[in-house]
Ligand binder design. Structure first.
Ligand code: TXE
Length: 492
């Protein structure tokens, strides 16, 4: 584990700079509390500077005149740059957000793929011609929206940064991106890759700082045309409210309390595996985590026992350690919040069948570790069945009928993702049709494809990222109508 403490600068207008105030923030390894890097701590002045650079780059810079083919080529170069530095980026991701190295490596590879996906799409942004009355030739062109503010969370720092920057750039926008104040390192490394790739100055600005005083300024900024946010539902509400000043376009990817539904006819082993992976991948710090496990009462006891047998395989430890399957939570504050939910589960009468506490291993005492936790016999009204915990806490809820499973699954203010496990494809598809959410999996959990739209119903957000839908979110639509008549309309 390298402990070189790098002092980072952020990217504004093509230059690597400190915060105008000179303030900095220490980034700590959630696995042991050690300082791993120092980054600028921005405030309004820095956001203003970044927005004005992005504005100038959009309004007067070369970016809008850069052909789609050339924009695509630059994005391919960014993908290459990510791959060339993949090992370092993965390590930085572990050191700031805590996830196991294998998961970080997967994220970095996927981030490169995302840039490549949108690199290819830059040249496939099409207009349309419409059948209107014969005296007009009418067509639609798609154009970039302008300056995009982009706010990224701490659970998938590099991946969420890529999901935001790649489509925005492919579409010809300019960007001011703010990573989470807890995990800004890979975004700052990406800034170097972006400059090396030859993206013109001001097109991408990466500003590090907190939500209040920085993220909120970006969301409210009158010179920003669109804000894209991934984070908690309450923060998303604030972002949306802040965006009303100039009625900027808003896309939100927020929380979830996702049902993973196991029917008695499911492939038992695969479902046990999928239930654990759905709940505990990335320490459960995943918006789409299958944190509510709905199990057919006919197999419920056997299913919980089978999960418990596998819990010892989830080795807790520092993400850079060999064989570790679950890392620490992102911060001490977040660990305490998750522990609060464990206490709530116990006091509401759910049955704690494993975990619920910090590991006894003294070597882990300085990290924000929590053992993988399962509550059985949870009822849909309990807090641990209703609120997003965002940690390694699984709530098991038994059900008796397909109708009841659907009713419990949809009984939430969220609508992000859901899983269905059944060997009866008719049943699986019937249930999926009834689920009020944007992402569904049958006989699997969590695979995410750059080609497929990501986002939620209800209070899980608005708009979609990834795929063709993801680029639409960064495009305006303009209609052009050409009069084919020679004579004036002679209305007056
Ligand atoms: O996230 P925030 P927090 C959920 C999860 C978690 C809860 C709170 O349940 O427990 O949110 O986590 C920036 N205006 N998710 O507080 O605040 C902030 O700097 C503009 C789900 O850490 O949403 C960071 O860059 N921006 C989620 C980003 O918002 C603001 C991922 C996310 O932070 C801001 C993370 C403001 N007023 C948490 N306040 C997911 N959907 O995957 C903060 N920010």
């Amino acid at each position: 584990m390298g402990h070189e403490i790098k002092k980072y600068k952020m990217l504004i207008g093509g230059e690597f700079v400190n915060a105008a105030s000179g303030k900095t923030r220490e980034i700590c390894d959630p696995g042991n509390g050690k300082v791993v890097a120092i980054v600028p701590e921005s405030s309004k002045a820095d956001i203003d500077a970044a927005v004005s650079q992005a504005r100038a780059a959009f309004d007067h810079g070369p970016w809008r005149q850069t052909s789609a083919l050339d924009r695509g080529k630059l994005l391919f170069k960014i993908a290459d740059g990510i791959r060339a530095r993949a090992a370092k980026l993965a390590e930085l991701e572990v050191l700031s957000c805590g996830k196991p190295l294998a998961e970080a490596e997967y994220d970095i590879a996927d981030a490169a793929n995302c840039f490549e996906f949108y690199a290819g799409m830059a040249t496939k942004i099409h207009g349309e011609t419409m059948q209107v009355p014969a005296n007009s030739l009418s067509f639609v062109v798609r154009e970039p929206i302008g300056v995009c503010g982009q706010i990224v969370p701490w659970n998938f720092p590099m991946l969420m940064t890529s999901w935001k920057l790649a489509p925005a750039l492919a579409a010809g926008n300019t960007c001011v991106l703010k990573p989470s104040e807890l995990t800004p390192l890979t975004a700052l490394d990406l800034a170097e890759i972006i400059v090396e790739a030859g993206i013109p100055a001001g097109v991408v600005n990466i500003v590090t700082g907190p939500g209040p005083g920085c993220g909120d300024v970006l969301s409210a900024h009158p010179q920003v045309d669109k804000i894209a946010f991934t984070g908690g539902t309450n923060t998303g509400r604030q972002v949306m409210a802040a965006a009303t000043g100039n009625l900027k376009k808003v896309s939100l990817e927020l929380g979830g309390k996702n049902p993973n539904i196991v029917f008695a006819d499911a492939d038992f082993e695969a479902a046990v595996d999928g239930a654990l992976f759905g709940a505990f991948a990335n320490q459960g710090e995943v918006c789409s985590a299958g944190s509510r496990l709905l199990v057919d009462r006919k197999i419920h006891k056997k299913f919980v026992e089978a999960m418990l047998k596998k819990i010892p395989n989830i080795k807790l430890g520092h993400g850079l350690e060999e064989g570790v399957k679950m890392g620490p939570l992102v911060s001490r504050q977040h660990l305490e919040k998750v522990e609060g939910y464990v206490a709530a589960g116990i006091s509401e009468g759910a049955k704690l069948v494993c975990g619920g506490k910090r590991p006894s291993d003294a070597a882990l005492a300085k990290g924000n570790f929590l053992e993988p936790t399962i509550f059985d016999d949870v009822t849909p009204a309990m807090k641990i069945a209703r609120e997003e915990i965002f940690g390694p806490v699984l709530s098991v809820i038994p059900f008796d009928t397909e109708e009841e499973a659907i009713q419990i699954a949809n009984d939430t203010e969220y609508g992000l993702a859901a899983g269905v496990w059944s060997t009866n494809i008719n049943r699986a598809l019937r249930v999926v049709r009834e689920l009020r959410c944007g992402i569904t999996w049958i006989n699997t959990y969590h695979p995410t494809f750059n080609e497929m739209p990501w986002g939620g119903y209800k209070q899980s957000g608005s708009g979609r990222e990834l795929g063709l839908y993801g680029i639409e979110a960064y495009l305006e639509v303009k209609q052009v109508n050409i009069n084919l008549d020679e004579a004036p309309i002679a209305w007056y």
